[in-house]
Design a protein around this ligand. Sequence first.
Ligand code: SF4
Length: 265
Amino acid sequence: MDYPIKGFLETSFSDWPGKMASVLFLPSCNFRCRYCHNHELVLRPEKYPNFPWEVILAGLQKRKGWVDGVCLTGGEPTLHPWLPRLIRELRAAGDLTINGEPLSIKLDTNGSNPEALEELIDEGLVDYVAMDLKAPLQADRYSAITGISLGVEEMARIQSSIQILLCGKVDYEFRTTLAPALLGEEEIYALARRVRGTPRYNLQNLNPRDTLDGSLRESAPFEPGALRRMQKKVDEIIKDEVKVKAKVKVKAKAKDEVKRIEVFS
Ligand code: SF4
């Protein structure tokens, strides 16, 4: 079956951390992020012809043994009701991996469709999820960056997706694009505190080239040194949760010991 896949990159080192992946670009998005680079795919997907499914399968077969998996990106992949079917087909094609195992799948999402996310995870259709955190989790801040009007209900959906990932049923990361004109440093740390305990929260610098909002094309991204400093602080914040959990465990163990001493004394 043909899917409206608008782009196919046979190999990429940058779309799945630590892996070589093929990338499928799916059309359309419900957000209009001001820094979006894929805005043609978001606003005018009909401009691009569909990649024939056989071409994609042939490309993946050619890369068999070289790529570790397929990254599904967009646009917003979870908008499409046919996404699970596409993944099932990819995973059922036994000739795409050397050992005949199902192909590994990474999903990029903006987190606006928690039901689709949960279904994919529960059915074991995704091996890794990267979810964008666009802004502090307040409707006005999220709306300002995503370029659409979000209310309490939509924010609750983003929060649900965060919770689904924090449950840890699948390997995942959160990530935030840093546009100095749009997001304050303290806001980033507040977001990191919100997802404490996540194994990864990656900051990515603004690329001002060809952004959806033309006014951002003139703005300067963070200096590399500032980005490294912020990432370090974010890493410390998210790891704090592990320390807190460890402390609670030690305290609970100590309490148990005291109880046992009381019982035997
Ligand atoms: S979520 Fe934002 S950045 Fe991602 S594709 Fe949609 S508009 Fe672009």
